[in-house]
Design a protein around this ligand. Structure first.
Ligand SMILES: [Zn+2]
Ligand SMILES: [Zn+2]
Length: 163
């Protein structure tokens, strides 16, 4: 597994370290009994102080850490809802190491080889990220789907490099 770099509009980048991918991929729904799982993405956005960030002008984004599901979350074969407080509590630990660490978005798994957002995903992202910028990830059995949420819609983002 390698670090990943994606291109965002305006030539900015999204950087994802390999340990983040490895952590999320442990929860791939490879068996018919596997439940949907998920968590939060945390990291940093880099933009000039007075810069207006938008879908056409996103900041550079670096994912530094993700939270993992636990038994207190709600999980079925096709649905995952973060219920446990540990997701938010976990943000405080890396925040000590990385001063500007923020909530970047969320990830969850799908029981699909090459996943795409469901109608329910779009509805929940619209609610969670109203007028915000976020990174959303769906971990599939074979490939993962990455999106940039901005201007209240999602755009798929393509992998640029693996290194
Ligand atoms: Zn928990
Ligand atoms: Zn979904």
């Amino acid at each position: 597994m390698h670090d990943l770099m994606f291109t965002l509009p305006n030539g900015r980048y999204l950087l994802v370290p390999s340990h983040v991918i490895t952590t999320m991929q442990q929860y791939r729904q490879l068996k018919s009994t596997s439940k949907e799982q998920g968590g939060i993405l945390m990291g940093v956005m880099r933009a000039e102080r007075d810069e207006q960030v938008s879908v056409d002008n996103p900041p550079c984004i670096e994912v530094l850490s993700v939270t993992e599901p636990c038994r207190h979350d709600y999980a079925t074969n096709t649905r995952f809802v973060r219920r446990c407080e540990h997701h938010l509590a976990d943000m405080k630990n890396p925040a000590k190491t990385y001063k500007d660490l923020i909530y970047l978005g969320e990830w969850h798994t799908h029981p699909e080889d090459n996943p795409l957002p469901s109608r329910m995903d779009l509805r929940s992202w619209r609610k969670a990220f109203m007028n915000k910028l976020a990174i959303v990830v769906i971990v599939g059995r074979e490939t993962n789907w990455w999106g940039l949420w901005a201007d209240n819609k999602v755009i798929p983002i393509d992998k640029l490099h693996e290194f």
